[in-house]
Ligand binder design. Structure first.
Ligand code: NDP
Ligand code: 2IT
Length: 446
């Protein structure tokens, strides 16, 4: 009998009715992998598929702390350990007021397919807290991170669970959590990635997601007879992913017209350059300030409350957050001649937007493929920590390029074509699913 995903969809919608982001990713995954499962009897074990969709373990804890004004503060912390079949649990921590179980389960499941796709020894997890670092002084961020670490130190473990950063968690937060974890464990271990170079981090980890995304785009362009030098790109976000995506795009000769933050979009029709990008890094990454400051300094347009998708471009790179690019935004991009969309963020495009891209023959790269550079360099950081060695930036960059090439090839091989264009989204889901399925199948039922 042909594999039917519908009963699984219905069961999950019944069981997890309020976890809208998690259901979104389950629906999209089952939709993309079903044709492959139907054609391949070796992949039809329903038990494996169901277990793949259920996290191994969800840990939830109270984080109570006292801020520098003596006021008691209360947050919730989580770790969703999704799947251990391919390696130690691996995935970022997110600090953002919106963090809840639905978001962490969607991110954890995405991570399991992404990490599988890299071909590296990486299990999958996601965690974080509803804490907003942007609302607090550096001292209070340290106090919070130490309170978080006090609840979390027994979970972080170089052989069992290795967290990294994500939204709101950069080298600073990893440093505070890592330092306090080591204090409580009475040892120095590689139980986090995204550490500073001085603390055992890897060259190019901050740049890896953005650079990797552009290495993926480079291959999309090459395979489809498009020349980067003649193209314009609109990027959303102004965090580590967006800024390093912008840096690599400029290096490739692409004209970058926008970056954005949670307040609005910065528009530069002439194209951002190195000087402006250096100032954006200073304002957004070092001073954690507002994009308006950049607009003022260079006399650029800042559209409050707007997103980059209403402005014409050839390439759209959503690099901020989930569901930031709706069907309506996709329509605008297509009407204005956009040809390529590659996700730096996790699930930034809604399922409806993706359907429209596929229908209209837009080259579309899903985040689980195009943003996998970050976790790949995390795997290289783990390897360097095990060896007690540091690889040069050139060595890490070469390994990153090779990994992105491997991921790209898997997407092409497993995806086939749709409307005459490579179907990267089916390819990424299917290739990620196939490796994980085989590992789970040969490890038995538990
Ligand atoms: P950062 O915290 O460094 O930056 C996030 C950026 O997105 C900021 O500019 C922020 O604006 C903006 N942003 C956050 N939430 C919203 C929102 N609700 N609406 C509009 N803008 C928003 O995070 P990263 O750059 O690390 O992560 C960005 C995306 O990339 C996330 O989806 C993350 O999961 C994904 N990702 C990250 C990887 C990594 O290695 N860091 C790896 C793979 C994927 P503001 O400055 O105003 O807060
Ligand atoms: O979404 C992601 O891949 C990340 N936030 C990076 C995870 C990691 O462990 O480096």
């Amino acid at each position: 009998m042909a594999f039917d995903p519908q009963p699984i969809v219905e069961e999950f919608h019944d069981k997890y009715t309020h976890q809208k982001e998690f259901l979104q990713v389950v629906d999209s995954f089952l939709n993309k992998v079903t044709p492959f499962i139907r054609e391949n009897p070796d992949y039809q074990d329903r038990g494996v598929i169901l277990r793949m969709l259920e996290p191994d373990q969800i840990i939830s804890f109270r984080v109570s702390w006292v801020d520098s004004e003596g006021k008691e503060q209360l947050n919730r912390g989580y770790r969703v350990q999704f799947n251990r079949a391919l390696g130690p649990y691996k995935g970022g921590l997110r600090f953002h007021p919106s963090v809840n179980l639905s978001i962490l389960k969607f991110l954890g499941f995405e991570q399991s397919l992404k990490n599988s796709l890299t071909g590296l020894q990486l299990g999958a997890a996601k965690g974080g807290s509803d804490f907003n670092p942007g609302d607090h002084s550096d001292l209070d961020v340290m106090r919070f991170c130490q309170a978080f670490a006090a609840e979390f130190f027994h979970i972080a473990n170089s052989e069992a669970d290795v967290p990294a950063g994500d939204i709101g968690v950069s080298e600073r937060e990893i440093g505070y959590i890592f330092g306090y974890t080591n204090k409580l464990k009475r040892k120095f271990s590689g139980s986090f990635t995204g550490k500073s170079l001085e603390s055992g981090g890897s060259c190019l980890r901050p740049q890896a997601t953005g650079y990797g995304c552009l290495y993926f785009v480079e291959q999309m362009l090459r395979d489809n007879d498009l020349k980067p030098g003649k193209m314009t790109a609109n990027i959303s976000g102004a965090g580590s992913v967006a800024i390093y995506a912008c840096e690599k795009a400029l290096e490739m000769g692409i004209k970058v017209q926008t970056l954005s933050d949670s307040r609005g979009v910065l528009v530069d029709k002439k194209g951002l350059d190195e000087e402006k990008l250096a100032f954006i890094k200073e304002v957004k990454m070092e001073k954690r300030g507002k994009m308006e400051e950049v607009a003022e300094k260079f006399g650029l347009e800042f559209e409050k409350g707007k997103k980059p998708w209403g402005y014409a471009c050839d390439i759209a790179l959503p690099c901020a957050t989930q569901n930031e690019l709706s069907e309506e935004d996709a329509e605008k991009l297509i009407d204005n001649g956009c040809k390529v969309v590659a996700e730096g963020a996790n699930m930034p495009c809604t399922n409806e937007a993706v359907d429209l891209f596929m229908k209209e023959g837009i080259l579309y790269a899903p985040g689980k493929a195009s943003n996998a550079g970050g976790v790949s360099v995390s795997a290289f950081e783990m390897a360097q920590n095990r060896l007690g060695m540091r690889w040069s930036a050139e060595e890490v960059d070469e390994k990153l390029r090779q990994t992105m090439k491997h991921i790209y090839q898997q997407c092409v091989e497993y995806g086939g074509k749709i409307n005459g264009k490579p179907n990267y989204v089916t390819g990424a889901n299917t290739a990620g699913f196939a490796r994980l399925y085989r590992a789970m199948k040969n490890q038995g039922v538990f």
